[in-house]
Design a protein around this ligand. Structure first.
Ligand SMILES: [Mg+2]
Length: 172
């Protein structure tokens, strides 16, 4: 049986949330250093309004790829894995975002077999996975309950895993 793994997209294959903050700064002329600063300074309505514009824009079509993650995906492909890219991007509310995302994956030559919503993975409705890679501890803990094990590609969290099947790797 073919080996299957899933990899979260944002903040592994790209540099979210830095790219999102770059968008806000570019559009507003402000200079937020991070997402927390933007949330604090903008009203909830303002923040969500910018998020809506971000999701409707073509900005995500040109995001830089995290080269170390590309190396990881290519290595997994070389080892024969069926690769599922997982995302929380709300395709149901922003249908063009699915197309932008697929084109971005193709443009950056990211080898993958399926693009699915994270909620589908969490529901346990999908195929058996050998492991999942995520940057968010909360999601890694949840997903580790439904797949064999999870790796935490840790770019910002200092939290410790709740599930014993999580292996924490330092992202770069
Ligand atoms: Mg992520």
């Amino acid at each position: 049986m073919r080996k299957i793994c899933s990899i979260d997209l944002d903040d592994i294959l790209d540099y979210y949330p830095a790219c999102w903050v770059d968008f806000i700064n570019r559009e507003t002329g402000l200079n937020f250093k991070n997402k927390a600063e933007a949330i604090k300074a903008l009203s909830p309505e303002g923040y969500h309004s910018w998020k809506d514009r971000y999701r409707k824009s073509e900005f995500k079509a040109n995001l830089p790829i995290r080269e170390s993650a590309l190396d990881l995906v290519e290595c997994l492909r070389g080892r024969g894995y069926f690769i599922v890219v997982v995302t929380s991007r709300p395709f149901e509310n922003y249908p063009q975002l699915a197309d932008v995302t697929a084109k971005w994956l193709a443009k950056n030559n990211i080898p993958y077999d399926m693009l699915v919503g994270k909620s589908d993975l969490l529901s346990g409705k999908l195929l058996y996975f050998d492991f999942h890679v995520d940057d968010e501890m909360e999601d890694a803990n949840l997903i580790a309950k439904v797949v064999h094990s999870a790796f935490l590609f840790d770019t910002q969290s200092s939290a410790e895993p709740k599930q014993h099947s999580i292996i924490k790797n330092k992202g770069s």
